[in-house]
Design a protein around this ligand. Structure first.
Ligand SMILES: [Zn+2]
Length: 470
């Protein structure tokens, strides 16, 4: 997080704190390293001024580069959440992937093209300033601006996904094979190869050329490699969530606390329920906010008897929420983007709190989806591994698993939805044994129970029961 600078055509602009350090570093290296070679014999105040001007110009050109990406995206109805300038350059945050290969190509090419344009303009400006015998304060920064933008566009065009060049490459592969996930897998593999090359060259520089450049390359390599994997994982996760809704992820029976209890009471609730946070619900059953162990820790212990939950909770207005019928993908995106561990789900019709999605709910849903999609990613689960049951709330029902030699079946389900009453081995008349589970349905809705014949879940062996509880 950093400082908000303002917004340009509706896109909020942030400056990461690391930027100040880097502006100072650039001002120093340009002013006292690069400039005395090109323009010898000036006073240190002039070098310092050229350095600062150059560093500021550099950040403005990075900003224009990012704006180019964002404006092309916005003009094509893609959402841009914000632009953050940080020590490696800029990041335009777009919560969704471009819907088509051609659009991705346009969006990712816009930045480097803009850097080339800035390089050309500043080159012409630099030439003109020499002809006109302009002050060194103009000549120096223009020369630097030209060099650095040529460098930025060249560097960004290296096909190291998720850098611009890598995105361009992905869009070209995507255009040919029509498969975004497969293209991302290829691009991210190539990206990681480049990341290792950056790091190897970085280590070489570190020892034999220049410590600073070496560290810089190591950092970029590390960044590219982790960003390539995380983007691929995110895409896989979104694919797994598929058509699920927020309500498919959420836990329905949620424990809550009253806004009127003291922090001492709250602390014992945390111990009792082993939760890291509670929704705060008032006597009318309306949500007033949310309180977490972090909120509690911020208050001194001797004040716990005289402070109430309502004094420390995050009020309802500040909570990030979803509606039950919104896509599960949106819920996960909100949790990742805002770095929150729990997300409230409100009913779209009544406006009441109906559930809570935590990180472990998301992981469980992904596990189930992975097993359903298993070998057959694109379509429905194979019919022979999917079963449907319809039961009533509060009712007990049995599931009998087929005999698998040497296997004891194991069930994955949500404890808020089902209670496992018993698990028995049944001897079959023809030899062998099967496993019989008895569950009680705790909650109305559509849920699933996944069964594996071994404790190590293998999607190919899983049986998926879709249980409709009415
Ligand atoms: Zn870019």
């Amino acid at each position: 997080m950093g400082i908000k600078l303002g917004s340009i055509s509706g896109i909020p602009l942030y400056l990461d704190y690391s930027t100040f350090l880097i502006i100072a570093l650039i001002a120093y290296t340009v002013g006292f390293g690069f400039m005395p070679v090109s323009y010898p014999g000036l006073s240190w105040t002039v070098y310092l001024s050229i350095g600062i001007l150059s560093a500021v110009f550099l950040f403005v050109s990075i900003l224009i580069h990012e704006l180019a990406h964002s404006i092309v995206a916005k003009n094509n109805d893609l959402k841009v959440t914000k632009i953050t300038l940080y020590f490696l350059g800029g990041i335009s945050e777009m919560p969704e992937e471009p819907p088509t290969a051609n659009l991705e190509l346009k969006v990712s090419a816009a930045g480097p093209l803009m850097s080339i344009v800035i390089a050309v303009i500043s080159f012409v400006g630099w030439m003109a300033s020499i002809q006109l015998h302009a002050s060194v304060l103009i000549q120096g920064p223009l020369q630097y601006l030209y060099l650095v933008n040529a460098l930025v566009s060249g560097f960004n065009l290296i096909p190291a996904f998720p850098m611009d060049g890598g995105r361009i490459m992905r869009s070209l592969i995507w255009r040919r094979n029509g498969d975004l996930l497969r293209s991302t897998e290829i691009a991210s593999k190539v990206g990681r190869v480049f990341a290792y090359i950056f790091m190897a060259v970085g280590v070489f520089f570190l020892f034999f050329v220049d410590l600073f450049d070496g560290l810089w390359l190591l950092l970029i390599g590390w960044f590219v490699s982790s960003a390539a994997s995380s983007e691929l994982n995110q895409l896989r996760l979104m694919r797994d969530l598929g058509t699920l809704k927020a309500e498919d992820l959420m836990t329905r029976n949620i424990d809550s606390v009253s806004p009127e209890i003291t922090l001492s009471e709250l602390s014992s609730r945390f111990f009792e329920y082993k939760h890291n946070g509670f929704p705060v619900v008032d006597s009318n059953g309306d949500v007033a906010g949310c309180v977490t162990t972090d909120d509690l820790r911020k208050t001194k212990k001797n004040l716990w008897d005289s402070t109430f939950v309502k004094d420390i909770m995050t009020p309802k207005e500040k909570l990030i929420t979803v509606k039950n019928d919104e896509p599960a993908e949106l819920a996960v995106t909100l949790m990742v983007r805002n770095q929150i561990g729990r997300l409230f789900v409100f009913d779209s019709k009544t406006g009441k709190l109906t559930g809570l999605i935590t990180r472990s709910d998301v992981m469980k849903a992904i596990q189930v989806q992975e097993s359903i999609l298993g070998s057959n990613r694109s379509g429905q689960p194979p019919a022979d591994r999917q079963r449907f049951i319809s039961v009533e709330e509060g009712m007990m029902f049995e599931i009998e698993c087929p005999a698998v030699p040497g296997a004891t079946w194991f069930a994955a389900y949500n404890t808020g939805e089902f209670t496992l009453i018993s698990q028995n081995l049944v001897q079959l008349s023809g030899g062998g044994q099967s496993t019989q589970f008895t569950f009680e349905a705790r909650e109305k809705g559509r849920f699933s129970i996944t069964l594996y014949p071994h404790t190590k879940p293998n999607p190919r062996e899983a049986l998926i029961y879709s249980v409709v509880v009415s």
